[in-house]
Design a protein around this ligand. Sequence first.
Ligand code: GDP
Ligand code: MN
Length: 380
Amino acid sequence: MNIHEYQAKELLAAQGIPVPMGEVATTPEQAEEIARRLGGAVVVKAQVHAGGRGKAGGVKLAKTPEEARERAEAILQLTIKDLPVDKVLIAPAEDIDTEAYVGIILDRASHAPVFMVSAAGGVDIEEVAHTNPDAIIKLPVDPRYGLLPHQAYELATKLYTDVKQQRAAARILQQLYRAFIEAGASLAEINPLITTPSGEVKAIDAKFNIDDNELFRLPAIEALRDESSEAPAEVQAREAGLTFIKLDGNVGCVVNGAGLAMATMDLVKYYGGDPANFLDIGGSSNPEKVVNALRIITTDPAVKVILFNIFGGITRTDDVANGIVTATRQLNMDIPIVIRLTGTNEEIAVKILNEAGFTALTDMDEAVQKAVALANGEAQ
Ligand code: GDP
Ligand code: MN
């Protein structure tokens, strides 16, 4: 789950990290009012689940409340990385001396949270990671102990030479680690962590990715979910108990089991196609799940073909077959469907499908090749 910058900043502030706090506006008038209340110059910032807002024109300084209204009006009309902007954060503007990057990611390779810090922070950090990776210092953390004080200090010395700033940064890194753990995050970053002309160290941008599997035990974090900022298909899928990730291709995939879903997507790519989604209908699938899955996939106009790949273990393939027949009747679909299924109750499933006019395949390669050919407009 993604959260907005203003929410991420609240998580940081709750740990004691110095963050200039602002307020969220949904109209230019509100933006003006907030700017007037804050007094002084402000920064108007698009609240969307995307980075690189600065470069997309979604972060603008404003000296007066009137200017804040104008900036908000322009930013509220933007679409950043396909995400329409419907909220802006109005925060006190800071004078910036330096911009650093500090972040933590859960790194599968090291089986641990890994800190990444760089004195070369700001809007070009991706560029730095690409062209000068040595400018980013990494440190894996033993989750049994967290970030120890000497480790925090060591990292802070890579950012600043001033002792006061080093101490401030060391404290911030430990606070960031606590925020990361308590939010069940897979990523937590501050970019930029600034120093001001008077020598203070502050977080002026923050980003968290929350591990979806942590949410059931963290109701306060789940409450930060903003469905209006999520892909509608992903919202529907979550409500239907399906694991769904939208992708850019045109082969819709309905698969049971995450491993098989990954293998299916690999095979689609291998045969020259492009998956439109990752979708795991889960272990014991009832026909209802299949109906929901098809409804969600067919809302994507890019989808040219739907590929079912079902391995019947606990999943009964006749349940899936019934789901396909029900769904295609209900949804009045005109997209071709390629079905591969094998395993539990396979004979019954094939019979159900054949009676409804579908062909069922058992070979995975054959099914994927057929689906890719249909998606690419080659006759089959
Ligand atoms: P991002 O582009 O989505 O990462 O948005 P940021 O919040 O990081 O803003 C991008 C850049 O705008 C920062 O790296 C700063 O250089 C600049 N910026 C953001 N807030 C302020 C501010 O309060 N004062 C000044 N002077 N610049 C700011
Ligand atoms: Mn940033």
